[in-house]
Design a protein around this ligand. Structure first.
Ligand SMILES: Nc1ncnc2c1ncn2[C@@H]1O[C@H](COP(=O)(O)OP(=O)(O)OP(=O)(O)O)[C@@H](O)[C@H]1O
Length: 296
């Protein structure tokens, strides 16, 4: 499989702010690639450069090894004429784009689940519907690469589920999807590969499987009838690390089997477990470690 995106030493400055500070990453064609990072890490800037909305100050960006390709997507929220229907909005975009885009209007509206509301004014659309219409607009171009900036943002749980299903089904048809997110859980569920950005630099790029193998144990918050004895007992439990939780109780880092053994040991010593809650999955813990100290 070829490369959809090759980025080398990409630099972008806005006045005194360095948004991208020598970004290197490669995205293979096919599948979903997540661009993950905290606010201000440079995700949107990278997507803007990709979409040709701003120019880099230095470095190179190559799509599909320089072969002819079609690229579509949007950063921030997609904008439409509120007093026109979804169908009319897409017809206008298709007219600008030319080619056979107009022939695909019904198909793309159906694809994003808006076929039955295609004649309603976009002004009355919910945020989630507008996001889906944005994807429909991008699909009009029959792109090889679809770029989406935080597609899950502002959506309710059902909207997030629909968006994820749509992205996965597009990828299953061979489209390459590049999306940004600041939620590790979203990326974990949706993406095949990931690049993690921190203050304009890539701190990890590769498969989720490889990332998982580097991840620390998940963190849990534990409250017991006797935290002091629980912490002392943990010292003898293999694979269990206990520290004080900043908000009271204990933080327990352990994989599931070791955590189970620890909880059973607590019970057998007469120490009652009053609360046990997952605070951060392995990957969330790793994400925080990789990106913490981000002051921008
Ligand atoms: N047009 C601009 N003018 C000045 N500074 C900008 C501009 N766009 C972005 N920046 C700055 O560049 C840095 C990277 O911003 P960018 O929006 O790319 O990050 P991000 O990872 O997408 O963050 P977020 O999740 O908050 O959108 C930030 O410090 C931001 O303030």
């Amino acid at each position: 499989m070829g490369q959809a995106v090759e980025v080398r030493e990409l630099v972008k400055r806005y006045g005194g702010t360095t948004a991208l500070d020598g970004v290197d990453l490669t995205v293979a064609a096919g599948g979903v690639h997540g661009l993950l990072g905290p606010n201000g890490a440079g995700k949107t800037t990278l997507l803007r450069i990709m979409l040709g909305l701003v120019r880099q100050d230095a470095g190179e960006l190559r799509l599909f090894a320089g072969q002819p390709h079609r690229l579509a997507g949007f950063v921030d929220s997609p904008r439409f004429y509120p007093y026109l229907s979804a169908e009319r909005n897409l017809a206008l975009l298709a007219a600008y784009d030319g080619g056979d885009a107009a022939d695909r209007i019904d198909e793309v509206l159906d694809r994003v689940g808006l076929a039955d509301r295609a004649r309603r004014k976009v002004g009355g659309y919910s945020y989630g519907m507008r996001q889906r219409l944005g994807i429909a607009a991008a699909l009009l171009r029959a792109p090889d690469l679809l770029v989406l900036d935080e597609p899950g943002n502002g959506l309710d749980p059902a909207g997030i589920r629909d968006m994820r299903q749509l992205v996965r089904s597009l990828a299953a048809e061979g489209l390459t999807v590049l999306l940004s997110s600041h939620h590790m859980a979203e990326v974990e569920e949706l993406c095949d590969t990931v690049s993690i950005l921190r203050t304009g630099r890539v701190v990890y790029t590769g498969s989720l499987a490889e990332l998982r193998s580097r991840a620390p144990d998940p963190a849990h918050r534990l409250a017991t009838s006797d935290d002091e004895s629980a912490a002392a007992l943990a010292a003898d439990q293999p694979g269990v690390r206990v520290t004080g939780h900043p908000d009271g109780g204990l933080t327990v880092r352990a994989r599931t089997a070791e955590l189970d053994a620890f909880v059973l040991a607590l019970g057998s010593r007469g120490i009652a477990v009053r609360a046990l809650r997952l605070e951060a999955t392995s990957l969330e813990s790793l994400f925080l470690t990789l990106t913490e100290g981000d002051q921008r």
